[in-house]
Design a protein around this ligand. Structure first.
Ligand code: UDP
Length: 235
């Protein structure tokens, strides 16, 4: 395996499957199977999960809701997703711990860096819920922050497109995919990989990001074993 410790970022929307809202248990079970293929090979896996399938603070604010209140709702949504993912992983017999940036002691551990790293060393998957614990941030920022903290080798951003294109491939059939691209070129070309806060944090800490299609079975194992699928953003 090319990578020993990875941080996988899954958006909340990824959990919807074909639905318009909420969580699709079948999709979760498929993700769990894919994750098992890499934990079986000894790869240490941490996961940051989004909440966009349930609630986004910005969406609430656009309808007159207080932004901070909405952001806390969004953070709690990521905890709901984290619990669902933990259930699916444990159904697949992967020992899993959920740690949250906002304390909810009855259902999850609080985020403690050293403890998270110990779980990883013991072969447990660690899911980080609650984002960064702060309003005005995203779970992409949480993903980069946690990846740096736990000294992950790479961030794997599982999406429904198979990489980074020069234009939106869902709107433009002539869009061209990059296999590799530098952080500077992403910024120069104005490409959308993560929000700027998350992206520059990754750049400043030389943490590579690989964007790939997580919905294609077997892709996760390919990426982790070093096969060139998706797009790698590096220095
Ligand atoms: N959120 C937040 N702080 C964080 C992470 C998330 O306030 O550190 C809130 C924010 O309202 C965001 C929502 O949680 O819209 C869901 O997260 P995100 O939009 O990143 O989820 P994704 O797009 O990955 O599903």
């Amino acid at each position: 395996m090319k990578y020993k410790r990875i941080l996988l970022k899954l958006s909340g929307e990824a959990l919807m499957g074909e639905r318009q809202y909420g969580i699709d248990p079948e999709r979760l079970a498929e993700y769990a199977k894919d994750i098992k293929t890499i934990t079986d090979k000894g790869v240490e896996v941490a996961i940051v999960i989004g909440g966009g399938n349930i609630f986004r603070g910005v969406a609430g604010a656009s309808k007159g809701m207080d932004r901070v209140q909405g952001d806390y709702m969004g953070m709690l949504a990521t905890v709901i997703n984290g619990l669902a993912l933990q259930g699916a992983l444990e159904d697949a017999e992967i020992p899993t711990r959920l740690q949250t940036a906002i304390k909810i002691n009855e259902v999850a551990e609080p985020f403690i860096r050293r403890r998270a790293m110990r779980h990883l060393e013991k072969g447990r998957v660690v899911i980080f819920g609650g984002g960064t614990g702060n309003p005005y941030f995203t779970t992409d920022s949480a993903a980069v922050l946690r990846a740096i903290e736990i000294e992950a080798d790479v961030i794997l951003k599982g999406t429904r497109v198979d990489g980074i294109y020069n234009t939106d491939p869902e709107k433009d059939e002539k869009a061209v995919k990059f296999n590799n691209i530098s952080f500077d070129d992403v910024l120069r070309k104005g490409l959308k990989v993560m929000d700027t806060t998350a992206f520059t944090l990754s750049q400043e800490n030389n943490l590579p990001i690989i964007v790939f299609d997580m919905n294609k079975k077997g892709n996760l194992l390919k990426v982790v074993s070093g096969e060139k699928i998706g797009t790698e953003v590096n220095i």
